[in-house]
Design a protein around this ligand. Structure first.
Ligand code: PMP
Length: 322
């Protein structure tokens, strides 16, 4: 679907997967107005296809657009694009547990121009790719590197938007984490470099017995849809939930005293991933026995059960789109 100032959203079309033609002076190539979303379509036991809270993705896509001075795609067009894609060919939506069709909506600026200003033309595109189980051999705890050198987001910056540049800026830190022998990078706040924010492209949760704590949304974190859903599911399961700041110091001390029992990360792509080991410039430690905790597994089962239609959808989170 295209947008320009005169016509607004227009020229919606569905077609075979193909390359995009862009002018070399297309503004996205120079000034980076590019936002995206990530959601999944799941085959339901009755054969229909449903997505998990796609309305929340549509709303976050509009919030990202506002932050990048881009036009907002109406939620109904966002949802309709998914319906149309699934209507063309739904054979790619698998039925196995843990498998899904990953949907990637994105928007870029297409006007040609070499001056820095908001573009007056944009292109919205939706592509899709089948997603297998994230863990080939069961859920495996990851090791993380606490990054004090690089930050993902600064106050007043773009951290709360699903903006392409955030991911480009994170690659060097991810490479550093790999050099340190870790699977993932944990982002800290930009000012004091001690408040935990996120892990790679996922939100973090800390389990203290029957209390679940996640960093509060300060404007520098991406407001994850899995994060907000797990806060509800955790209270459904009788756990106490807290959104507050948590420091790397508290993390290490509560772990040493045994108060902190589990840590996991969550997001659309990785669902729920346990964190088993932590490294930082001053040392390293394991969480519990380095394995996957029972609260992590319970939440994971509840969430995936809901998404695949095996657990009653009491919150009305599943939207049938095909
Ligand atoms: N944080 C970042 C930086 C992300 O890219 C993602 C993935 N969209 C998340 C958190 C998790 O968000 P969600 O649960 O909506 O997938």
């Amino acid at each position: 679907i295209r947008w320009n100032r005169e016509q607004g959203w227009h020229d919606a079309e569905v077609g075979p997967y193909s390359t995009l033609a862009l002018d070399p002076a297309a503004m996205v190539l120079h000034y980076g107005q590019a936002i995206f979303e990530g959601l999944k379509a799941y085959r339901q036991p009755d054969g229909s296809i449903a997505s998990f809270r796609p309305e929340a993705n549509a709303e976050r896509f509009r919030a990202s657009a506002r932050r990048m001075a881009m036009p907002e795609l109406p939620d109904e067009l966002f949802l309709e694009s998914v319906r149309q894609l699934l209507a063309v060919d739904d054979r790619w939506v698998p039925s196995a547990q843990e498998e899904s069709l990953y949907l990637r909506p994105f928007m870029i600026s297409t006007e040609k121009g070499l001056g820095v200003r908001p573009s007056s033309e944009y292109l919205y595109v939706l592509i899709a790719s089948p997603a297998g189980s994230y863990f080939a051999s069961g859920v495996r705890p990851v090791s993380v590197w606490l990054s004090t050198e690089y930050v993902r987001a600064a106050p007043g910056g773009t951290g709360a938007a699903k903006f392409a540049g955030n991911y480009a800026a994170s690659l060097v830190a991810q490479a550093q984490a790999a050099e340190k022998g870790c699977d993932q990078v944990v982002w800290l706040d930009a000012v004091e470099r001690r408040w935990v924010e996120e892990m790679g492209g996922m939100n973090l949760f800390f389990v203290f017995g029957d209390k679940v704590v996640t960093p509060e949304l300060t404007g520098t974190l991406l407001p994850g849809i899995t994060r907000s859903s797990l806060l509800r599911l955790a209270s459904d399961l009788g756990l106490t939930v807290e959104e507050r700041r948590i420091s790397t110091d508290e993390w290490e001390k509560a772990n040493a005293s045994g108060e902190l029992t589990e840590v996991f990360a969550c997001g659309t792509a990785a669902v729920i991933t346990p964190v088993g080991h932590v490294k930082h410039a001053g040392g390293e430690f394991s969480i519990g026995d380095g394995g996957t905790g029972s609260v992590t597994m319970k939440l994971r089962e509840r969430l995936t059960g809901l998404q695949h239609g095996h657990v009653a959808d009491t919150h009305g989170w599943m939207t049938v789109l095909g």
